[in-house]
Write a protein that binds this ligand. Structure first.
Ligand SMILES: NC(=O)c1ccc[n+]([C@@H]2O[C@H](COP(=O)([O-])OP(=O)(O)OC[C@H]3O[C@@H](n4cnc5c(N)ncnc54)[C@H](O)[C@@H]3O)[C@@H](O)[C@H]2O)c1
Length: 362
C-alpha cells in the first residue's frame, strides 16, 4: 500500500493539529505521509517544518503543487485563501482537506463543488466534532428509533476572545473570515447539530457587536426550524468569560447533552431517558461506539479510510454546505430583520455573495 502523499499549506496554529493527526495515522497504519509544506511566512514555515521533520518547503501553494507531487493537500491558511488554494490543488489532481470555514461565502462554496465535479477529486471540510464516539451514539439513538422524534435543541458556543485576538489582520473581517463569532467559533457546534437534526427550513436571528472592535458580530442568537419539526436555539459569543460549548438534544424519549470547550470525550456526554423508556434507550446508547474523543485525528482517520476506498471523504461538500448556508441565513435574518429560508439564499441574494449581504446596520 503506497502512503497518501500529503502536504500542508499554511503552517500556523491549526496546521499543528493536522500534522499531529497525520503523524499519528502514519504510526498506526503507514497509510499517509506528510511530505511537504508551504507558507508565505518563511519563519513560520521553517519552525513548522523543523518540528514535524518536513523536508520539502515552499514559499507558496503554486510552487508546492508544481514540484512536490502530492495526493492530498491540507489547507490551513486563513479562510480567504482557502478557495484559491483548493481550486489550484484540485486542478493539479489532488484531493483537498480544508479547514473550517471552507469558504467565506456560499458563492465560493459552490465554486468548490463545481471544481470537484470538473476534476473528479474531493474536498472535505474539517469539522472535527462530528467524529467523536459521543456524536456517533446520538446519531445511532436517532437512527434506531428508540429516541423518538427530535423536538428541541440548544446549541451554545459561549467563548471569550480578547481584543488582541481580533487585532490579527484576518480575524473578525467579512472579506477575510466571512463573519465573526458565528462563522469563526459557533460553526463547530452548529455543524454538529445539523449532522444530527438534518436539513434546516428557517432561521430568525439577531447579531450584535457588544464589546470588541471588529467589523463583524461578537454575539449572535438564532431560532432555527428543521424539516420534521424540531426547533433549536443557537447562541454564539466571543465575549463570555465563563467559556463553554454546550449542545443539548431533547428527543421524545431522551435528552442527550454534551458540555466541553474545544473537544469532548465520552465523559462529557449525559444521557437522560424519559420515564418509561430507560431500558431501550440505555441499551442502544451503551451498545456504543465508545472511546473516540472528538478532534482532528478522529476525522483524519475517516478521511484516509474514505480516500482508500475512492469515496468522498467526510465532511463532504454535500454535507458541509448546509452549515455554511445556515451561517449565511443567520446573517441574512439578523441584518434583514426577517425570517430566512434556504431558498432565500440563492445567487439572487446579496448574502450568497457576501455573508454580510449589503452590510450590517451598524
Ligand atoms: N478546526 C479547528 O478547531 C480550528 C482551530 C483554529 C483555526 N481553525 C481554522 O484554521 C484556519 C487557520 O487558522 P490559524 O489559527 O491556524 O491561522 P494562523 O494565522 O495561525 O495561520 C495561518 C497561516 O497561513 C499562512 N498563509 C496565509 N496566507 C497564505 C497563502 N496564501 N499561502 C500559504 N500560506 C498562507 C500564514 O502565514 C500563517 O502562517 C482558519 O480557517 C481557522 O478558522 C480551525
Amino acid at each position: 500500500m503506497k502512503p497518501i502523499r500529503t502536504a500542508i499549506v499554511g503552517t500556523g496554529s491549526v496546521a499543528r493539529l493536522h500534522a499531529e493527526a497525520l503523524r499519528a495515522i502514519a504510526g498506526e497504519t503507514g497509510e499517509v505521509e506528510l511530505v511537504a509544506a508551504a507558507d508565505t511566512d518563511a519563519a513560520r514555515l521553517g519552525a513548522f517544518a523543523a518540528e514535524f521533520g518536513v523536508a520539502a518547503r515552499y514559499p507558496d501553494a503554486a510552487t508546492l503543487l508544481e514540484e512536490a507531487r502530492v495526493d492530498l493537500v491540507s489547507i490551513c491558511t486563513p479562510p480567504a485563501a482557502h478557495v484559491p488554494v483548493a481550486l489550484a490543488a484540485l486542478a493539479s489532481g489532488c484531493d483537498v482537506v480544508v479547514e473550517k470555514p471552507a469558504t467565506p461565502t456560499l458563492a465560493e462554496f459552490d465554486r468548490l463543488i463545481d471544481a470537484e465535479k470538473a476534476t473528479g477529486r474531493f474536498v472535505a471540510t474539517v469539522s472535527q466534532h462530528r467524529f467523536g464516539s459521543g456524536a456517533q451514539r446520538v446519531r445511532e439513538l436517532l437512527r434506531s428509533g428508540v429516541a423518538g422524534r427530535p423536538l428541541l435543541a440548544l446549541c451554545e458556543t459561549t467563548w471569550f476572545r480578547d481584543q488582541a485576538y481580533f487585532d490579527v489582520e484576518w480575524r473578525g473581517r467579512w472579506e477575510t473570515e466571512g463573519g465573526g463569532t458565528t462563522m469563526g467559533h459557533g460553526v463547530h457546534q452548529i455543524d454538529l447539530m445539523l449532522s444530527v437534526l438534518g436539513p434546516w427550513t428557517s432561521v430568525n436571528a439577531l447579531a450584535r457587536r457588544q464589546a470588541r472592535r471588529t467589523e463583524t458580530e461578537d454575539v449572535s442568537l438564532a431560532h432555527v426550524a428543521f424539516d420534521g419539526g424540531a426547533v433549536a436555539s443557537v447562541v454564539n459569543s466571543a465575549v463570555s468569560p465563563r467559556e463553554e460549548s454546550y449542545l443539548r438534544f431533547d428527543f421524545e424519549h431522551a435528552s442527550v447533552e454534551v458540555r466541553h470547550l474545544y473537544g469532548y470525550t465520552d465523559a462529557d456526554w449525559v444521557l437522560t431517558p424519559a420515564p418509561g423508556h430507560e431500558e431501550e434507550v440505555r441499551a442502544v446508547w451503551e451498545a456504543g461506539p465508545w472511546g473516540v474523543g472528538s478532534g482532528h485525528l478522529a476525522q483524519f482517520r475517516e478521511v484516509m479510510a474514505a480516500l482508500r476506498e475512492g469515496a468522498a471523504p467526510p465532511v463532504s461538500t454535500k454535507d458541509a454546505r448546509p452549515t455554511v448556508q445556515l451561517v449565511a441565513g443567520i446573517y441574512a435574518s439578523a441584518f434583514g430583520g426577517t425570517p430566512v429560508c434556504p431558498e432565500d439564499l440563492g445567487p439572487a441574494s446579496p448574502h450568497h455573495h457576501r455573508m454580510q449581504g449589503d452590510g450590517p446596520a451598524w
